[in-house]
Design a protein around this ligand. Structure first.
Ligand code: KIV
Ligand code: ZN
Length: 520
């Protein structure tokens, strides 16, 4: 390990949920969804928010612009290939940001340079230097990534990184793009690069690890032990293929094991759960119960022997406090008699605000409806209401008007559904193997998407049989994947809402394309 860096340094947390996370099939987000997540990330106090890839699509350009306008405390970053047109788009999208960063990249592994870029190594260096210089015309904060660094030759990495620092790069991000590295080896690479590159002290070293071998967090932490002072990560570990390093795991490992790392993040970890739930409900990617930090069982002490130990002294089995990551969950916050002001201010405390009186009225009406069905309303229930309002603000071609389901022992269940399709009410009927199956078939008989149902999952938002169920539905049509989510105390209705949400997403023209691989 190199002794030249200060062990008490700050560790910069660079969140790429809105960019790399979004590249997960089915996780694409609308502009408004990105803005909501960005606001939650700002409350979590992440240092850098990578909001998207402005050259990828008009939608992404606009989303980065919207995030740049609204975020005040975090740096807002846009990704760009090492191409003039990408850099210019990123610069333009970020022009209203309080503090902006352009993140440019080009592949450096032999296989990527030969097969994908069809460029000689010297040409790759020329492109990288040109891109960094161009990005510096827009901002002083420029990050460079040698894509597939995990499989690149160290000598070549030293050459290209030295050149981009001279050109003005202020952060050097070392990505393990295909999740191939092992912790000890990856840590040694970071230490070697920092030692060998003569002007290494002029830049911050960062890492960006993918989780194909389940090692993204371990590799990131090994890099931190060896001098990296920025980690790129995502909420819930969302990201391409097996995902990216999970933000909550990296941050809590650094905090819990400060005896080893001695560097610190400045995040407000109590906001972790809110971010986790928000990302999960917007993308429709549920969090597995045994997921570290944010999984439903992460702080549950089921076994009697554990419970006994925890009751006597919580540190016998707990290495972190649930409340430090925002697990004050299942605290009853509002009830049937709570008024509009109490509702509005709790929603504000959760970090959301209503854009109009009409939106507040709509949300409050839903809250009252829910409070009639369920006595205790928790923060999680409020989040679900806020998410639904967000969903309905998007283009909504199809809306659920009524659903009737008949299900009894020994009989084939059937459902009758009425939808509003582009302003016209249409009714459909179908039978199915159960109430949910019949309902989704009845909806499909009206909307006729012919999409394939790739995933259907139900999670309870809070505890108890009166809890809301949150349903996720994933549809695939002609290679396009969309996720829909819906919540209700009745899981058949939640399922119908989730299906219709996904159908609405399919009806929005697909402008999104992520040209990062293969176009340069
Ligand atoms: O995985 C990767 O290499 C990337 C780069 C664009 C940093 O996402
Ligand atoms: Zn990546």
């Amino acid at each position: 390990m190199d002794g030249d860096f200060d062990m008490n340094d700050k560790l910069i947390i660079f969140d790429t949920t809105l960019r790399d996370g979004e590249q997960s099939p089915g996780a694409s987000m609308t502009r408004d969804e990105k803005v909501r997540i960005a606001k939650a990330l700002e409350r979590l106090k992440v240092d850098v928010i990578e909001a998207g890839f402005p050259a990828a699509s008009v939608g992404d350009f606009e989303a980065v612009g919207a995030v740049a306008k609204i975020i005040k405390d975090s740096i807002v970053c846009g990704l760009a290939r090492a191409l003039d047109k990408d850099i210019d788009k990123a610069g333009e999208a970020l022009k209203f940001a309080q503090r902006s960063r352009i993140h440019t990249f080009i592949a450096t592994s032999p296989i990527h340079m030969q097969m994908k870029l069809q460029m000689q190594p010297d040409e790759v260096i020329e492109h990288a230097v040109r891109a960094v210089k161009r990005a510096r015309q827009f901002t002083d904060d420029v990050e460079f990534s040698p894509e597939d660094a995990g499989r690149s030759e160290e000598d070549f990495l030293c050459r290209i990184l030295e050149a981009v620092i001279k050109a003005g790069a202020t952060t050097l991000n070392i990505p393990d793009t295909v999740g191939y590295s092992l912790p000890q080896q990856f840590g040694a690479t970071i230490a070697n690069l920092m030692q060998r590159i003569p002007n290494a002290d002029k830049a911050i070293f960062s890492v960006h690890c993918h989780n194909d071998l389940g090692l993204a967090v371990a590799n990131s932490l090994a890099a931190v032990m060896n001098g990296a002072r920025q980690v790129e990560c995502t909420i819930n570990g969302l990201g391409e293929r097996a995902g990216n390093a999970s933000l909550e795991e990296v941050v809590m490992a650094i905090r819990t094991r400060k005896d080893v790392f001695q560097c610190q993040t400045t995040l407000d970890t109590r906001e972790i759960m809110t971010c986790s739930r928000l990302v999960s409900s917007i993308t429709g990617f549920p969090v597995q119960p045994n997921k570290a930090i944010v999984g439903a069982n992460a702080f549950a002490h089921e076994a009697g022997i554990h419970q006994d130990g925890v009751l006597k002294n919580r540190e016998t089995y707990e290495i972190m406090r649930a409340e430090d990551v925002g697990w004050a969950a299942n605290r009853m916050v509002l009830g049937k008699h709570s008024g509009r002001n109490a509702f509005k201010s709790r929603v504000a405390e959760l970090g959301s605000e209503f854009v109009s009186e009409e939106e507040l009225n709509d949300a409050f009406f839903r809250f009252k409806q829910l409070a009639d069905k369920k006595h205790e309303i928790f923060d999680e229930d409020l989040q679900a209401i806020i998410s639904e309002i967000g969903i309905e603000l998007e283009e909504e071609h199809t809306k659920l008007i009524a659903l009737k389901v008949c299900s009894e022992t020994g009989e084939v269940p059937y459902a009758t559904v009425t939808l509003r399709l582009d302003g016209k009410e249409v009714t459909g009927r179908a039978s199915g193997s159960g109430a949910v199956d019949a309902s989704l078939k009845a909806i499909e008989s009206v909307v006729k998407t012919n999409a394939t149902l790739e995933l259907y999952s139900v999670n309870n938002i809070t505890n108890g049989t009166d809890a809301q169920g949150e349903v996720t539905v994933r549809l695939e049509k002609a290679g396009r994947i969309v996720n829909g989510s819906g919540a209700d105390t009745d899981i058949v209705i939640a399922s119908a809402k989730a299906y219709i949400h996904a159908v609405n997403k399919l009806q929005i023209p697909n402008q999104r394309r992520h040209p990062q691989k293969g176009d340069v």
